[in-house]
Design a binder for this molecule. Structure first.
Ligand SMILES: [Zn+2]
Length: 98
């Protein structure tokens, strides 16, 4: 059994206030209200519990990446760059990082 995590305990049930950037049937993109994140930190997650990117089926993984791309386009337009970080160490840069 997995440990309870912040997303399932607080974010998905909306026990905390989040700034939703984009939401689909299966994916949520939001800015967290937690101090310490960057000024334009967008978190993109499947809307159900998953432990790893490796657990996603191919269709959901592709959809998740498309939501990431849409959110990143907006961030790149405003800041000139964007960085994608994953809990399990997926890392990608988009645009020019300062
Ligand atoms: Zn969870």
């Amino acid at each position: 059994m997995d440990e309870p995590d912040w997303y399932c305990a607080e974010v998905f049930p909306r026990r905390i206030e989040i700034n939703v950037v984009m939401e689909t049937d299966s994916v949520l993109a939001f800015r967290p209200p937690v101090p310490g994140f960057g000024k334009d930190h967008v978190i993109v997650v499947p809307k159900h519990h998953v432990r790893s990117l490796l657990e996603l089926d191919a269709a959901l993984a592709a959809h998740l990446l498309e939501v990431v791309r849409t959110a990143a386009r907006d961030v790149v337009a405003r800041h000139g760059g964007s960085q994608l970080l994953g809990r399990h160490m997926v890392l990608a840069n988009m645009g020019t990082m300062g």
